[in-house]
Design a protein around this ligand. Structure first.
Ligand SMILES: [Zn+2]
Ligand SMILES: [Zn+2]
Length: 151
């Protein structure tokens, strides 16, 4: 989103932009958007400063840290960017949006609450079924224990 400072009215400006994932260059950060990222912005100008309130939604492909399955989760974040500007400047917020998405990306993505993960002995995905190391009952016990730890 490029903002022409001299086109922002005194009462502020609402704008929205959709970023094609391929233009965001997210692969560099090992983040993989599945669909366009949407930004709704409210832009205000004050003296020599431009302030942008950005509401960011980015659907991203993630890999579950427990079961290693891929899944899609939409990262949402609110950010405020401010720029020192001259009246004739054009401000591009794309790089700041990109940085916000990277910051909002979860450190430990989990595909679903209570994901049962993989069997440490044989690698069976315990969300999909039990193996000889795990009876259905053990999986249920592990799961309820994990959930209460999370609280
Ligand atoms: Zn999982
Ligand atoms: Zn097993």
């Amino acid at each position: 989103m490029k903002i022409h400072v001299n086109q922002v009215p005194a009462e502020g400006l609402r704008d929205r932009v959709t970023y094609d994932p391929t233009t965001m260059d997210m692969d560099r950060a090992d983040i993989h958007p599945t669909d366009p990222c949407q930004v709704e912005a409210f832009i205000v100008k004050a003296d020599q400063e431009l302030v942008v309130n950005a509401d960011i939604r980015a659907p991203l492909q993630m890999t579950c840290a427990r079961c290693l399955e891929g899944f899609v989760s939409t990262v949402t974040t609110d950010a405020v960017f401010s720029y020192k500007v001259h009246p004739t400047d054009v401000v591009d917020i794309t790089e700041d949006v990109r940085q916000e998405i990277i910051l909002a990306y979860p450190m430990v993505p989990i595909c679903q609450p209570g994901c049962k993960g993989l069997c440490s002995a044989c690698g069976q995905n315990l969300n999909l079924g039990v193996c000889s190391h795990h009876t259905a009952r053990q999986v249920a016990d592990d799961r309820s224990r994990g959930d209460s730890e999370a609280r």
